[in-house]
Design a protein around this ligand. Sequence first.
Ligand code: NAD
Length: 407
Amino acid sequence: MELEDWIKNILSYPERTVKVHIPVKMDNGEVQVFVGYRCQYNAALGPYKGGIRYSPEVDEDEVVALAQWMTFKCALVDIPFGGAKGGVRVDPKKLSKSELERLTRRFTYEIVPVIGPYIDIPAPDVYTNDDVMAWIMDTYSIIKGYNEPAVVTGKPTYIGGSKGRKEATGRGVAISTREVLKLYGEDIKGKTVAIQGFGNVAVFAALILQDWGARIVAVSDSKGGIYNPDGLDVRDLIKHVYGSEEVNGKKKSVVSYAGGEQISNEDLLLLDVDILIPCAIENQITEENADKIKARYIVEGANGPTTFEADEILFKKGIIVVPDILANSGGVIVSYLEWVQDRMGYYWEEDEVNEKLEKKLINAIKEVFHTLKEYEKKGKKIDWRTAAYILSIERIAKVYRKRGLFP
Ligand code: NAD
């Protein structure tokens, strides 16, 4: 893309990474000190935006990489946010709810100087949820002395969250699938789909695609997968796994569902389907299995499910890979809409939120496709991921060229 060296240099480093030590009084009276980070990668387009995760694997490298991803994701879907990510190195499964609350409140206190609705707006990520977002919002508001819902997104609707946020990432995955197929002259109706995972992203992607006439033949979780060539009844499966129609608090594995035969996660990836949608964890499609994949389209619901080496193999095979920063951007788009509603103090109905999400996402999909075609015209055949990065980086570069560099 012939990016100027000075912009490339700037985008190669995070602007700021804050490291904090968080003392927490545990239920047994002991004090444990946890380490936490907030990486603010780039704010050329607007306030930093990105999730906070609680996991034993959190370290500086991880938050920096994830914050860079957020920078490109926000730019790609044209929302006025930069990129950030935060995390605390902790195994949240070993903490009681009150310990988690004290950890969250103290972590918030430590990062208050660098967050805020015009500075940096956190959101949920791995092992953080709307409880954690409510505690962050409450702690920040108490410190400031006024109610500030716009400091975090992913809150419950009754304290300033947006309708449609919970379904947003899965909805975005479904829209990306339908629209990319449309660009290649295909209809989603009747297509067979295998989905790895059955968590937040996978469930809503499966439900919506099924409602649009696709046949969901396989899903999975960490215990394994379930396969039915005639199509799974996604609503019935949700009731089995979550104990009700509410996608909240998993009760059982999909493996124990009677409406299909058991398969492994590895077999699921290799099924003879039209569309494969990884919605679980990273590094699932690798140089070991990429050559054996039969799906014609891969839509990345998860972050980073395809390795760099696998990408090249898939490209040579002519498989269309819709990259994560595009396919799973529905979540951050609705987070943006949540922030807008909080700042206005006026809240939209779900239809309106969904309509705005769809418009933003379809625009981005069309622009990535246009970029791809423009490069083809120049004799350079590129994949969807490269086109998405070009479009996103170009958007940030354009801002740098105009704003210049301080001082
Ligand atoms: P989740 O925890 O709700 O669901 C994850 C699913 O993956 C579960 O069904 C789990 O059983 C399964 N899983 C875990 N380990 C597995 C393994 N080894 N093999 C197969 N399946 C396994 O999480 P989620 O929110 O649905 O997120 C899924 C992916 O989507 C992650 O990569 C996340 O970063 C990404 N993502 C999520 C959002 C969002 O808004 N939730 C937004 C953007 C990207």
